[in-house]
Structures are given as C-alpha cells and as structure tokens.
Design a protein around this ligand. Structure first.
Ligand code: FCB
Length: 450
C-alpha cells in the first residue's frame, strides 16, 4: 500500500449532526424554545408540517448512538449544542439539567475515544433572542460571545475542538432573504446586518476562548459552493462573480482578509455600509482552522428577472443529481479546497460536512442498500485525497450525516444518513454506506483504491 493511497497520519474520520435535527425533546428538562421549534410548528413552513419534537430521539438514546459510532469506527464526532437547553431564554442563569445532557454525551464520547468537535451554534437560536431581533440586532454578537464564554468554562475540560457558527451564509440567506428558515424574513438590509453581527459574534467568541485560556482549537464552519458561469458571456461571468461573492467570499474575505467583497454593492444596489473599521479588525481575529461544508457546485446564468441577484441556476441536466436536486460534482470539492488554499493561505482545513440525500428503501433483513451514497462518498473522498496530494492541509473528513434526520424545511423527507432511522420505531440500521465508510476508516483510506 503506497503512501499516496492512504491519508496523512492523524487524519480524522468523523460524522456530523446538529442539535435540532436529531435530539428531539426540545423543551425537556427546563429547555427554552428555539426559533426552529416555533418556526417548525407554524403550519406550512416545513414539508408535511413536520418538526423536531421527536426527531431521532437522540436526547434519550445518545448512549446507544455512541455505540453505533464505535461500530462504524469513527474517531471524531461533530455535533452542536442547543443554546436554549443551556440558557432557556438565551441569557441568564445556566439550566444545569440541559448542560448535564451534553456532559453525559461528552463523557461517553471521550470514553469511546471519539474526539468531540463541538459547534456552538447550528441555527437554533433561543426564541427569546429571536424576539429581540435575532442576528439583526447588534447586541446579538455579545449574546453569542457570552454564551460561548460560559460553554468554554463549563465544558472546556471535555472538549478540545470548537467551532463557533455553522454556515452563517445559510442562516442569513434562508432566514433573512428567502424566508424559508426562521426568522422567515425577506429583507436585504436585515440580511446585511445579520451577516455582520454573526461575524462579530464569531470573532468575539474566538477572543473569549483565548482570553479564557481555552485549551485546544477554535474555528469557523462555512458552506462552500464553487460557482461556474453558464457561458463566456460578460453577463454570465459577472452573475457568477456576484454569486461567488455573496455565498462564498462574503464570509471568508472578512475573516481571513479583513474586508467584504466589492461585488456585494451590486446586490445591495449601493455602496457597502460604513461598518466601523474596528469591527473589521475584530472580525479578522485569527482562527485555528476552517471547516468547509461541501455538497455541490452551481452553474450560474444572468437573469434580469431575478432581483436582487440577477442570477439563476443553469441546471446541468446531463449530470447526476441527489434527491435534493444537487448536482453530483466531486471535482468541485477538490477545486474548492485548492481555491481556499490559494486565496487564504495555509490555514488547516477540515471537511466538516459532505454527503448526499437519496430515496433509500426501507431496511430488508437488516440491510439498507444505498449504492448511490457509497459512490458519492467514494468519489468525494478521492477528490479530497487529490487535494491533499496537491498540498491542501486537510486534517479530517466528517460525513453528513450520522443519521437520517430532520432536514430543516424538507422535514424528514430527505435522508442523508449513514444510519437509517425508522421514525415510527426509532430503529437504527447501518446502511451499506456506513459499512463502506467503516472499511475506509479501517484501511485509513487505502480501500478507496482497491
Ligand atoms: C447543511 C447544514 C446541515 C444539513 C446539510 C444537508 O447546509 O449545515 O445541517 O442540513 O446542509
């Protein structure tokens, strides 16, 4: 087995989830409601009016779930903390029972030798804070930093790897522009404030981590979707550049280069606001690593009817797509990682999410055959390995997701799991993709080449 066919020593093999998507029992043991709890209970917001009241019942089944992680052979697990379990109203005294759940989970993970990668915030904002304007309120950055500081204090002994936010772009775009996620708004102005406050909150949390003498590392997780122009035309090229700035560079440029992309002015129809210089310096607070969530690329065409972006998607009908209608494009993972390296320098990277939804059949005699997901994982792991060969400092890979779970506005209709969940009985079944991943982990990647 040659070195070019295994992954670097210490490379981590993980899987990822998030609190609201899997835990269930959202109000148990004194927890406060989150924005997602309320939103999903409004009729018509989520497919089939589904919600996270039970989800994967992980809140009660966490110990068995850690055993399933061991069965797959994971050596890392990325999950998020539900802010309103710890602070039912977002701020104020700690709810010890809520904290206790995560302590027990962390103990199990640490005993099992599975490194916890803890996301402080994966979209489920305490409702009490949402009602005070959420991320559009400048104070939200301080609320988040306080919350983070408290978690570093009470969980620091059990956690070495932290990330602040998961995919701020999705929170802003879906929540403040499309309105398909809470707070369900359609306001570019609020989107701009929310983006800025999320980045300020992120940076203040990183500063708190350092000030608290936190041991370990802290980073940020962004979604990366490489953009390609539908044609060579000037219009398509600039639509592509605009969407790239909006979705990818809007978050990475300020954090890693200290400024917002100029192309944003085309979307906002005016110059960018004069955010205080001190904010931009704050946002550039150095991080230890960057987490990249990669699912697909998009091919962009100019569309004069689609304000404010004037850009639409050119669907690649000839290509294979997942059940989300996302094009399967593993080359985009490699080119995205290389783009990050070239634009932003030698920051250590993780793939913090990668995976695919397919319409899996129910288990038959304890087996779920999901060849499309196996092929997806294989091609993307190969792309990741090629990126490493070209010099990308990639430290680990987290499959999305450990389980089938609550896929936000799609409810339970989209299955991303390595583990099948029968929501009626809560039975778990390792899919063929989980068994495939186990062989990859056992061989430290070599099996990809067999
Ligand atoms: C990402 C989210 C994650 C999941 C996957 C499919 O954008 O971070 O929670 O919904 O997409």
């Amino acid at each position: 087995m040659s070195d070019t066919h295994t992954f670097p020593p210490g490379f981590l093999w993980g899987a990822a989830t998030s609190a609201y998507q899997i835990e269930g029992s959202p109000l148990a043991d004194g927890a406060g409601p989150s924005n997602w709890h309320r939103f999903s209970h409004l009729p018509g917001t989520v497919a089939n009016d589904e919600h996270g009241d039970l989800a994967c019942d992980h809140y009660r089944r966490y110990a068995d779930d850690v055993m399933l992680m061991q069965e797959i052979g994971l050596n890392a697990y990325r999950f998020s903390i539900a802010w309103s379990r710890i602070f039912p109203k977002g701020r104020g005294p700690i709810n010890l029972k809520g904290l206790d759940f995560y302590r027990r989970l962390l103990d199990k993970l640490n005993e099992a030798g599975i490194a916890p990668y803890v996301t402080l915030h994966h979209w489920d904002l305490p409702l009490a804070l949402d009602e005070r304007g959420g991320w559009a309120n400048r104070d939200s950055a301080y609320w988040f930093a306080d919350y983070a500081h408290n978690l570093f204090k009470v969980m620091g002994g059990q956690v070495r790897q932290w990330t602040t936010l998961n995919e701020p772009w999705v929170m802003v775009h879906e929540g403040y522009v499309e309105g398909s996620h809470p707070p369900g708004l359609s306001s570019l102005e609020q989107a701009r404030q929310a983006t800025h406050n999320l980045l300020r909150g992120h940076a203040l949390a990183v500063q708190a981590f350092r000030a608290d003498g936190g041991e370990g590392q802290i980073g940020l997780v962004v979604n990366l979707e490489p953009k390609y122009a539908a044609s060579e035309s000037k219009e398509d090229q600039s639509a592509m550049a605009r969407m790239h700035a909006w979705m990818n560079r809007q978050y990475l440029d300020p954090v890693l280069l200290g400024h917002y992309p100029e192309e944003l002015a085309e979307i906002h129809g005016q110059g960018l606001p004069d955010f205080p210089e001190a904010d931009l310096r704050l946002i550039q607070e150095p991080i230890d690593f960057l987490g990249i969530n990669y699912y697909s690329r998009s091919v962009v065409r100019h569309d004069p009817g689609l304000a404010p972006f004037y850009a639409g998607r050119a669907r690649q009908d000839q290509a294979a797509h997942t059940a989300m209608d996302w094009e399967i494009f593993p080359e985009g993972l490699k080119s995205g990682l290389l783009w990050v390296k070239h634009r932003y320098g030698e920051i250590p990277l993780y793939i913090t999410e990668n995976g695919a939804a397919f319409d899996d059949a129910a288990p038959v005699h304890g087996r779920v055959s999901d060849p499309d997901r196996v092929a997806y994982l294989r091609s993307h792991l190969l792309a990741a390995r090629e990126a490493i060969a070209e010099g990308v400092n990639l430290k680990g890979y987290f499959a999305w997701s450990l389980f089938d779970n609550f896929e936000w506005a799609h409810g339970y209709s989209k299955r991303f799991g390595l583990i099948h969940v029968d929501y009626a009985t809560q039975a778990r079944t390792l899919k063929d993709s989980a068994l495939f991943y186990r062989r990859i982990i056992d061989s430290h990647g070599a099996e990809l080449y067999w």
